[in-house]
Design a protein around this ligand. Structure first.
Ligand code: CA
Length: 221
């Protein structure tokens, strides 16, 4: 497998290469947006890792042009911008995921591998956590044999938590994945969906744990 990293911080690139090397993932490196647009169409990359702050062209423009030109390679955005709206903008422009600098190399590796799997069509059509099952194709969930009646956003929150079962999901990430860029988001919106989900899941189900100040984590009972 081969990926393209577009990033002008060469010491960061060295770290990313090191994180991916044990998995046998080959890394091409471009420092500029133009360089990335020159090589991306002609190479069979499994993933493009794209920094937003490039020396020549803003990463958002590189992303937009790649997608406009029909590039379907999964793209993981690296951003130093803390604002949710920048991340959401990238997701709306066709990015598949993002990481905010500074990030943990283990998390980078996990996200990169997940995107590469998804790119090969191997994302699980069914999510499971204990007796809770979520069918991603039909968007239905059941607890044992009992169907769960969930509203759209409850379903979206549940799917994200289940896809990352056992791992912390940051509240910010839930917000950016559940709400579109233009939608107003009440400060306690996610808390509300979590409370409703807990109520609907009841006592004999996987638990949604609150990690104070950070986010949520789903774990088997
Ligand atoms: Ca940069």
């Amino acid at each position: 497998m081969r990926i393209l990293i577009v990033e002008d911080d060469t010491s960061l690139v060295a770290g990313l290469k090191k994180a991916l090397a044990p998995a046998g993932i080959a890394v091409d490196h471009e420092v500029t947006g133009q360089g990335a647009m020159d090589v991306a169409p002609s190479e069979a990359y499994s993933l493009i890792v794209l920094d937003l702050g490039l020396p020549d062209i803003p990463g958002q423009d590189v992303l937009r042009r790649l997608r406009d030109n029909g590039c379907e390679i999964p793209i993981l955005i690296l951003t130093a911008l803390g604002e949710i709206k920048d991340k959401v903008k990238c997701l709306n422009l066709g990015a598949d995921d993002y990481l905010t600098k500074p990030f943990d190399l283990d998390e980078f590796e996990a996200r990169a591998k997940a995107l590469m799997r998804r790119g090969r069509g191997q994302s699980a059509p069914m999510l499971r956590c204990g007796n809770l099952v979520f069918e991603t194709s039909s968007g239905t969930a059941r607890l044992g044999e009992n169907p769960l009646l969930l509203r759209r956003r409850e379903m979206a929150v549940l799917a994200i938590l289940m896809a990352h079962a056992g791992k912390l999901v940051q509240k910010e990430r839930l917000i950016s994945e559940v709400f579109s860029f233009d939608e107003p988001v009440a400060p306690n919106a996610i808390e509300l969906y979590i409370a409703r989900l807990r109520h609907k899941l009841g006592p004999d189900s996987p638990k949604i744990r609150t990690v104070r100040g950070l986010g949520y984590l789903m774990e088997e009972k």
